[in-house]
Design a binder for this molecule. Structure first.
Ligand code: SPD
Length: 284
């Protein structure tokens, strides 16, 4: 039996998962791609040795990256997913019947192929006629779109390698312009325990771009520290005051109470997100 250790360890601590078999391991043009059969958590996908998902807990991430915004914006017709090559985010968006069109911009075609082969319960949405896939750099793709999407979800890896550019101010400014009036963007914004500096930087520029900006989180045991969060960046709608409920969405993690609770943060996070506290004191 072998253990695979997640390479994402910004605070010198990370996750290990026991595996029983290597299923795929190769280098695409952009990154290393690995699929393993784990001992207890189903199949697991890694990009550049960083855990992207396990079949066991992926729902807790994909439901929470998608459903809060879709229970706040009253009419999401056209959505863009940047990254998200495994298909989990598209699968969740498609649960909302009002959606007419989903664009997916994934830089690495190989991620989609490998997930279609090994993770069909995530990637099946790619065959839906409302979904169109673009193999392009997300930052370039967004720069060329104006007033087009009601919702943009950035389902990215971490701020090293191909995803680094997706954590920059210019990218967020371009997303603002690519959104329609009242549009919302939700971005993978790392975990509150181990990635405080990344979150602080994101909020330091985003509070000047989006009038409504919140951090919320979910629990994913196979990510370092067991939690990961999202920036909720909105032009008009408030994540709690404008929230509504829908009856026919089947979920395993998301509920209206979880929606509300996920925006309630510990004191240290409130401090990190405040603009006027000296940087040194708030990072611990
Ligand atoms: N540290 C890993 C963070 C990965 C977040 N994105 C995962 C992609 C799942 N669709």
């Amino acid at each position: 039996m072998k253990w695979i250790r997640d390479k994402w360890a910004p605070n010198g601590a990370t996750t290990s998962v026991k595996i029983v078999k290597e299923i795929e391991s190769y280098h695409s043009k952009f990154q290393k791609i690995d699929v393993y059969e784990t001992a207890k958590l189903g199949k697991m996908l890694l990009l550049d040795d960083i855990i992207m998902l396990t079949e066991y807990d992926e729902f807790a991430y994909h439901e929470m990256v998608a459903h809060p915004a879709l229970h706040v914006h009253p009419k999401v017709k056209k959505a863009l997913v940047i990254g998200g090559g495994d298909g989990g985010t598209v699968r969740e968006i498609l649960k909302h019947t009002g959606i007419r069109e989903i664009h997916v911009c994934e830089i690495d075609e190989e991620v989609i192929s490998v997930c279609k082969k090994h993770f069909p319960t995530l990637s099946s949405g790619f065959d839906d006629p409302r979904v169109k896939i673009f193999f392009e750099d997300g930052a370039v793709f967004v720069r060329e779109r104006k007033n087009e999407y009601d919702l943009i979800i950035v389902d990215s890896s971490d701020p090293i390698g191909p995803a680094e550019v997706l954590f920059k101010e210019l990218f967020y400014k371009n997303m603002f312009d690519a959104l329609t009036e009242g549009g919302i963007t939700v971005t993978q914004s790392e975990g509150m325990f181990f990635d405080k500096e990344t979150i602080r930087k994101l909020f330091s520029f985003n509070r000047n771009i989006f009038p409504i900006l919140y951090y919320y989180f979910t629990l994913v045991p196979t990510y370092p520290s067991g939690t990961i969060g999202f920036s909720f960046c909105s032009k008009k709608y408030h994540p709690i005051d404008d929230m509504f409920t829908k009856n026919k969405i089947t979920t395993r993690y998301y509920t209206p109470d979880i929606h509300k609770a996920s925006f309630v943060l510990p004191r240290f996070m409130e401090n990190i997100l405040q603009p006027d506290i000296s940087q040194d004191s708030r990072l611990y």
